[in-house]
Design a protein around this ligand. Structure first.
Ligand SMILES: [Zn+2]
Length: 257
């Protein structure tokens, strides 16, 4: 099976859309549609015809381009069944455990409630790539708009158990701000210090800090590290369940901005 061709597109101020093209079948997918014009420009540049649109969740900055792109290409729109009334142009409603295909590449649908209750992650089994939307960011995670801390923590825990060499594509480029917060939580983490340095350099060079990997996030992202003795000591929360550590971190990040 030939590898997918991938283009990450920066949209709006800090959103990402990702194009996936399967040369074997000629099919092309976009993951989230923050900006139809920016996505269209990339499709035209590559000479690709959009066949699939998948949405990670219902927020407008992830679905705004659905109808324009569907009108232009006749693409099929896949998204969370939970939010079937809030996903413009939805054709195929998906839930946890469902699958879909791009050519011969198989995608697993993983429910990751918390940021929104319908949030879905998409995992491409043969390529070890996951799209986490606004659930997991590099060095951070999404705000809990609809779920509680226990629910959101369970979703993050699922994602951190994907294979270490899984590539993670996120919905936003928040990495620099996330790094600054992470350093206040676990300043002694050398892997984090190194990653923060790299992120500062990437931002200076106007390059993306995403995609990332499961291994890198497990080593550096405080939201995936509730077991860290340094984090627990800094929070003064030894001997509590992981989701309580997560809840405290999320609250502190909300205040941090
Ligand atoms: Zn969102």
């Amino acid at each position: 099976m030939g590898a997918l061709e991938i283009r990450q597109i920066r949209c709006r101020s800090d959103n990402y859309a990702v194009l996936l093209h399967d040369p074997e079948s000629g099919e092309t997918m976009v993951v989230d549609t923050p900006d139809a014009k920016a996505i269209n420009a990339e499709l035209e540049k590559e000479g690709w015809k959009l066949t699939h649109i998948i949405n990670t969740h219902h927020h407008h900055d992830h679905v705004d381009g659905n109808e324009a792109l569907k009108a232009e290409y006749g693409a099929t729109i896949y998204g969370p069944a939970h939010d079937r009334d809030r996903i413009p142009g939805l054709d195929v409603a998906l839930k946890d455990g469902d699958g879909l295909s791009l050519g011969r590449h198989r995608f697993d649908v993983i429910a990751v409630p918390g940021h929104t209750m319908g949030s879905l992650a998409y995992y491409i089994c043969d390529e070890k790539i996951v799209f986490t939307g606004d659930t997991l960011f590099s060095l951070g995670c999404g705000r809990m708009f609809e779920g509680d801390a226990e629910t959101m923590w369970h979703s993050l825990d699922l994602l951190r158990h994907l294979p270490d060499d899984t590539t993670i594509y996120c919905g936003h480029e928040y990495t620099l701000n996330n790094a600054e917060f992470a350093l206040t939580i676990e300043p002694g983490n050398e892997a984090l210090q190194k990653r923060a340095e790299e992120v500062r350099r990437l931002m200076r060079e106007r390059k993306p800090a995403c995609p990332t990997t499961v291994a890198l996030e497990k080593a550096t992202n405080p939201f995936l590290r509730p077991e860290s003795p340094e984090i627990r000591e800094n929070l003064g929360m030894m001997g509590v369940e992981n989701y309580r550590i997560f809840a405290e971190l999320r609250q502190r990040k909300d205040a941090f901005g």
